[in-house]
Design a protein around this ligand. Sequence first.
Ligand code: NAI
Ligand code: MG
Length: 353
Amino acid sequence: MKKFQIAAIPGDGIGKEVVPAAIDILEAVSDLHGGLSFEFTDFPYSCEYYLEHGVMMPDDGVERLKDFDSIFLGAVGNIKLVPDHVSLWGLLIKLRREFEQVINIRPAKIIRGIKSPLVNPKDFDLIVVRENSEGEYSEVGGRIFRGEDEISIQNNIFSRKGTERAMRYAFDLASKRKKHVTSATKSNGIVHTMPFWDEVFEDVAKEYPDIQTDSQHIDALAAFFVTRPEKFDVIVGSNLFGDILTDIGAAIMGSVGIAPAANINVNGKYPSMFEPVHGSAPDIIGKGIANPIGQIWTAKMMLDHMGEEEIGTVLLDVVESVTNDGIITPDIGGKYTTQEVTAEIINRLKAKA
Ligand code: NAI
Ligand code: MG
């Protein structure tokens, strides 16, 4: 019997609606699979917690979370209570940094029954591996003078270790998929870090002779995500390029409400954190219509990470059978509630037992 300890942080807004739904699904998954069980521990860290305690998470929050197998997070942010930079940096970004979650992965694929905004989309299935700890999102730089003479400088940080780590992750992932890695570069315009990025990519590629590669400039690549996403398998990008590509990935699937993500700790020292791409969706809180699929697909990524890929695949198949039958929430053109979609997925999972 494999038992996984999971820290659940629903957070704010619809996080409190979709995390319980996805936990019900995971319980159903464990019933389906005799050898697997989960123990969930809830943590109330959120903007409401901030109002009461003056912090998003207690000082020993990291200590309390560090021994869990995974962190399962909903969404963070409620600008009516706490400014976004305080809530995001006090919880989400803090956890990503403290737990050395140096890789962010986001898949995008056609989900049956969900309409892509692309006209006649082919059956794409890609995954972006984003370097999550350095690159363009560094704190090195500054501003000098004010007014007409003002100068601002922001340095990009690309370490060999960090770059290799992201690329190896991409190649390992590709070896379990369609065996192709595309590198997002811009070495024609960014003349120090991007040629370095290209060199590291070539070096790492030599370690994986079975994997095909290509390298594309980020501007063209972004366009290809729209015009021919079916040509891609795994794409590896820097922090900024990965960020931009993953938003396009979510957009071409049809709704931010279905897009999943994982922040991966690769050294095994700390838990990885699984969270959907969407935020707390203040405009639909309490209406019972939040799309639970982003959070449920995120749960599937957590299963994959735990080595339970087979059951993860079954789960996503069941989700697609439900969407394909039109049992979907209003954001993707349906009339069903969070509860109804979740219940239908659970029923169909049970039917598989
Ligand atoms: P958002 O993703 O919360 O909402 C954008 C739009 O998508 C809204 O119209 C919302 O109703 C819709 N939407 C999002 N998820 C949905 C779902 N599951 N089902 C149906 N519709 C869904 O982004 P927004 O409005 O920019 O941010 C709201 C708050 O969330 C802010 O405080 C922001 O900082 C925070 N945020 C947090 C993130 C995180 O925790 N990772 C990511 C993005 C935003
Ligand atoms: Mg983004």
